[in-house]
Design a protein around this ligand. Structure first.
Ligand code: ADP
Ligand code: MG
Length: 333
């Protein structure tokens, strides 16, 4: 059984950056306004994420790493909305099967923080009781020795430097998405942050800080009319205009219902739209955040299969790209 769990976990967590993605989403779900990431060896040796969110109640600590344990489905009706979040309650469980997980957490009404370690979905038997410690409100989650029991995965990963670059990339994208949250990211033990974004910084300022002023100076704001017949509740974003002449490509960034996803039909349609306006080889910067009616999002898409499927895909893709075309056509050259 242990081996089965480990293999399943290895399918959910492909690299330190995919573990981090889940942990970032947990911190954002916990209403954090500040998230600090630190790693050793590209997150393979250590991945630490500290948030100032609501924390985890002491009574829940025994089960948070069990499969399907989630605090995010409170009502029966939530079950039909499960789709937009992918599978529920799998992230921490998976990580605990292929790494050493420990955490320190404090809820506002707890007199102290609690510390515990997990092993394979359970509290670590060596210290089965959470230990009281000093701490501030929120949660620090530490993942150590990722893939220690999964040598083939460990060997398939490239250098720590590349894994770290992927971590910085994930933090950057969530930072552009969640502008109410301040983010830092650094190598553990060093003073200098590789990412440092205050919580008040606008989306444009964040793009400038992360991708540079060449991109930021050519940004247009996008606010697409909702289309409730298709379940498109909201679509906002930032895109570069027709003057943007940087050849360095940043693939389009899509968030759907708060999760970073791939959406090939949307990516292709946007590339097609831009091809009329941008010289060949010039890659636009595109950041889009869509809110879709959760009942329309495919239930069977696994959280790590980043490609997302949803109903009225053609209609929504058309609707969004038409708006982009309209905006590009109206920019002055
Ligand atoms: P899910 O996010 O789908 O609920 P996870 O395995 O990612 O499943 O997390 C399990 C549970 O642990 C969450 O539902 C939440 O209650 C709790 N949790 C995890 N991370 C945090 C955090 N940073 N702050 C508060 N609670 C957390
Ligand atoms: Mg989660």
């Amino acid at each position: 059984e242990a081996v089965v769990n480990r293999i399943a976990a290895g399918e959910v967590v492909l690299a330190p950056s995919s573990a981090l993605k889940e942990l970032l989403e947990n911190s954002i779900d916990a209403q954090a306004t500040s998230i600090d990431v630190a790693c050793k060896e590209g997150g393979l040796k250590l991945l630490q994420i500290t948030d100032n969110g609501v924390g985890i109640a002491k009574d829940d600590l025994a089960i948070v790493c069990e499969r399907f344990t989630t605090s995010k489905l409170r009502k029966f009706e939530d079950l039909q909305h499960i789709a937009s979040y992918g599978f529920r309650g799998e992230a921490l469980a998976s990580i605990s099967h292929i790494a050493h997980v420990s955490l320190v957490t404090k809820t506002r009404d707890s007199p102290c923080a609690w510390k515990c370690r997990y092993e394979a979905g359970r509290l670590d038997l060596r210290t089965p009781e959470p230990q009281p410690v000093a701490g501030t409100d929120g949660t620090t989650l530490v993942v150590e020795d990722l893939f220690y029991n999964f040598p083939s995965r460990l060997h398939s990963l490239r250098s720590p430097a590349e894994e770290y670059a992927k971590i910085v990339d994930i933090v950057s994208k969530y930072a552009i998405h969640a502008t109410h949250v301040g983010f830092t990211c650094k190598k553990y033990g060093t003073a200098a942050n590789d990412i440092a974004l205050r919580s008040g910084m606008s989306q444009k300022e964040r793009v400038r800080a992360i991708y540079g002023s060449a991109v930021a100076s050519q940004l247009l704001e996008l606010d697409v009319e909702p289309h409730t017949d298709y379940g498109l509740l909201k679509c906002t974003g930032l895109i570069t205009n027709v003057n943007y002449d940087n050849k360095k490509s940043t693939p389009p960034i899509f968030f759907i219902n708060g999760r970073l996803v791939s959406c090939d039909p949307l990516r292709r349609a946007i590339a097609q739209t831009y091809s009329t306006y941008l010289p060949k080889g010039h890659k636009p910067f595109v950041f889009l955040s869509l809110e879709l009616d959760t009942v329309n999002v495919d239930v069977n898409v696994h959280p790590t299969k980043q490609e997302v499927r949803f109903l009225f895909e053609d209609e929504i893709v058309d609707h969004v790209t038409q708006k982009i075309a309209q905006i590009l056509a109206n920019t002055d050259v």
